[in-house]
Design a protein around this ligand. Structure first.
Ligand SMILES: Nc1ncnc2c1ncn2[C@@H]1O[C@H](COP(=O)(O)OP(=O)(O)OP(=O)(O)O)[C@@H](O)[C@H]1O
Ligand SMILES: [Mg+2]
Length: 259
């Protein structure tokens, strides 16, 4: 296993402000290769902004960002070529079929024809979309669109996956399939950073978690370490956990993930 064999993403003193709003507040972060890393925090805590900074979609006001050994300022395009990104709300071309959309994305990344066919078919099968790839994207359910977005993020064999709330809209079975897929990719050294506002999802899926609040990383560690930190006097981790919402749907998802 390649886990721990170096940094996939290293941030030092990264900050981003929108007018009066501090979206990301001097964040230091070191995510190791092959890790599944969770950014956990309530709405507006800066998770999506941080993911966009790592992907070079948003330019930070301060700090340094190193992704897969590449300095983001010097070579943002090289980072995009090795990264797969699924945004919070995937925007796909509604008037293409699923397979046309995936073909198009693979072509953008310069994936060869045979490689592209094999990889797309493999993922369509794994995510149980076989037989539906010829339907128009506009006819897909939210969960199906999310799966197509995930395949399009994997089609060029990225070394780093950035997933913004990847389980919203997915049923428990699909969530479990994606958990297993991320684990398999991790065993091949592929790093995933995902955001979620649900503690139990982070716990079920991630090796380590960073708790975000008001743009700051309050604590980073595995679940055990975070729980220990929460016991410390003056720590407000539990308070933040309490702001995280849970619904019965999410309980079903978590139950499936824990199996
Ligand atoms: N493009 C933007 N323009 C202005 N403010 C922004 C912009 N993007 C983010 N913000 C602000 O930055 C803060 C952090 O937003 P961000 O989307 O990163 O939070 P989040 O943790 O992803 O929240 P959620 O759980 O709701 O997705 C919020 O106060 C938000 O309003
Ligand atoms: Mg967000």
């Amino acid at each position: 296993m390649v886990k721990g064999s170096g940094s996939a993403v290293k941030l030092v003193g990264v900050a981003k402000r929108y007018a009066d709003v501090v979206a990301v507040d001097h964040v230091d972060l070191d995510v190791k290769k092959g890790e599944i890393f969770g950014l956990l925090g309530p709405n507006g805590s800066g998770k999506s902004t941080l993911l966009k900074i790592i992907l070079a979609l948003v330019k930070p006001d301060a700090g340094s960002v190193n992704v897969l050994g590449i300095n983001i300022e010097k070579n943002p395009v090289a980072i995009k070529a090795q990264t797969g990104y699924v945004p919070e709300v995937p925007r796909l071309y509604e008037f293409l079929t699923g397979i046309e959309y995936l073909d198009f994305t693979a072509d953008l990344y310069g994936v060869s024809t045979t490689e592209k066919r094999d990889r797309i078919n493999e993922y369509l099968e794994a995510l149980e979309l076989e037989g539906r790839e010829g339907d128009m994207v506009s006819a897909y359910s939210l969960g199906m669109k999310q799966k197509i977005a995930l395949i399009s993020a994997l089609v060029h064999k990225p070394k780093l996956l950035l997933l913004d709330e990847p389980l919203g809209g997915l049923d428990p079975r699909s969530a479990k399939i994606i958990k297993d897929l991320l684990r398999e990719l991790a065993s091949k050294g592929i790093t995933t950073i995902m955001s979620t506002h649900i503690l139990e999802i982070a716990q079920a899926m991630c090796d380590r978690i960073a708790i975000m609040h008001g743009g700051k990383l309050l604590a980073t560690g595995n679940m055990k370490e975070l729980r220990e930190k929460a016991q410390l006097p003056g720590s407000n981790l539990e308070e933040i956990f309490l702001t995280l919402t849970g619904t019965s749907d999410i309980k079903d998802v978590v139950e499936a993930l824990m199996k």
